[in-house]
Design a binder for this molecule. Structure first.
Ligand code: AMP
Ligand code: MG
Length: 420
């Protein structure tokens, strides 16, 4: 059956749901999506406190103070961050106070050291039992009010937020050690083909190393999933069935190769025996042959299976369009797709047969505008052409050629979706 990229995507994503939450330490939860609203359990800061190193005073006492006519106050104590005030500030007195220390009763402002003669007294060895205030200070100057950052009961971080450095810091500031986030999907990966060797094996004539397992595992990891390499399945029914069974302990199973029209492509036959499977020709280049279905070996819970093509570029591009959004959906992300930009094409993209072309491309910015070049040979076996690519430049199905100078839409492979 021949279907469009959009239709394949819609059909595939319809089979995925958000996974259950897991309760884990805030640092381990980085990059995951919050599964509950996080409420402020107390005010933050908990008490009114000083924003500066200085002296807590009654602002009225400094009225009229200047460099030439300072006001002298008696220093009756000192407070470091973490200490609790035991003395009050009364008229004519001050308490030396450090940033973060609670404001003592009576005081309504903090005058910073640099607006007093603190430095002069220190360098001349004079006592700090008195201090000269050299400026006026308005009421509440340099005081951080309790609850200014978070008020008790506030919904500080809503469900659905992706946890990054700031969110993790805020959670810590509220005393949360663990948090409920949607689980990362476990993604089993099986390579298929008699020609494949595991890396580490002795080279053999006619054989190639399995690269798809590794490129897919890396792409899965980058997408937020947990890859599980099952290994290489030979093109025979028993071996493939065993490997598929091993792949069922996961949230999604990826296979590569065996979905095209070759003689030894038995993947599709085995799959048909073990669940419901759809084989599609997707109107895209690369990655036209694609399989998707629910695998139900031994009556376990059915596991979604995405059968990617064998050619290394096709496997990655197919994963990018269909596997990655499925992983993100399971993780609870709202934005499933890469951001796209429009850039000026500097090479041509040819479309021979009404497929949506994803050309490996390098996007560069010059004088504030984006330009895009292709990375060279676009054959689907040329994996090195993906190395330089930071985007996939798109030629739509119904356009025969995108000429140099035209604008093209580019899926940005190294930009986070949160950008837009
Ligand atoms: P197939 O889909 O089985 O016809 O494979 C298409 C092409 O991809 C063939 O040239 C395979 O040798 C190659 N291929 C299949 N699987 C892998 C793999 N895991 N690593 C590298 N190349 C592969
Ligand atoms: Mg094969």
């Amino acid at each position: 059956m021949m279907i469009s990229v959009e239709e394949a995507r819609t059909r595939i994503l319809g089979h995925f749901d958000i996974l259950d939450p897991e309760f884990k330490s805030i640092l381990d939860a980085q990059g995951q999506v919050l599964a509950e609203d996080m409420i402020g359990p107390f005010d933050l800061p908990p008490l009114d406190n000083s924003a500066m190193d200085g002296y807590a005073i009654i602002s009225g006492d400094a009225r009229g103070a200047s460099e030439y006519k300072p006001v002298t106050l008696r220093v009756v104590g000192s407070l470091a961050a973490g200490q609790v005030p035991t003395k009050n500030v009364v008229h004519g007195t001050a308490i030396r106070i450090m940033t973060g220390a609670p404001i003592p009763d009576g005081a309504d402002a903090v005058v910073p050291f640099e607006n007093t003669d603190e430095m002069d007294r220190k360098s001349s060895g004079r006592e700090l039992s008195e201090i000269d205030v050299r400026t006026e200070v308005p009421a509440s100057a340099n005081i951080r009010l309790a609850g200014q950052d978070v008020e008790k009961g506030d919904r500080v971080i809503p469900k659905g937020t992706i946890l990054g450095a700031a969110e993790i810091g805020v959670l810590a500031s509220l005393g949360y050690e663990h948090v409920n986030v949607f689980r990362r999907p476990v993604v089993s990966i099986i390579a298929t083909g008699n020609e494949l060797l595991g890396i580490g094996g002795e080279p053999e004539v006619g054989k190639i190393y399995d690269s798809n397992s590794y490129s897919l595992a890396a792409a899965v990891k980058k997408s937020g999933g947990v890859p599980r390499l099952v290994g290489i399945a030979r093109d025979d029914v028993d071996d493939l069935s065993n490997k598929l069974e091993a792949g069922l302990l996961s949230d999604i199973l990826l296979t590569s190769a065996g979905v095209s029209k070759g003689d030894y492509d038995i993947v599709k036959d085995v799959l048909a025996d073990h669940g419901q499977i759809d084989l599609w020709s997707v109107r895209m280049r690369p990655a036209k042959p694609l399989a998707f279905g629910m695998l139900d070996l031994n009556k376990s819970a059915p596991v979604p299976h995405l059968g990617l093509p064998g050619n290394p570029v096709s496997a990655l591009v197919g994963f990018e369009q269909f596997g990655r959004p499925a992983i993100r959906k399971m993780m609870g992300h709202k934005k499933l797709d890469r951001p796209t930009i429009w850039a000026t094409l500097e090479d041509a993209i040819y479309n021979y047969d009404n497929r949506k072309v994803f050309a490996r491309a390098v996007v560069k910015k010059r004088e504030g505008r984006y330009f895009v070049n292709l990375t060279g040979n676009q054959s689907s076996n040329i994996l090195t052409s993906m190395i330089r690519a930071n985007g996939l430049a798109i030629c739509p199905e119904d356009i025969a050629v995108k000429e140099p100078g035209q604008l093209v839409e580019v899926q940005m492979l190294d930009w986070p979706e949160e950008v837009f």
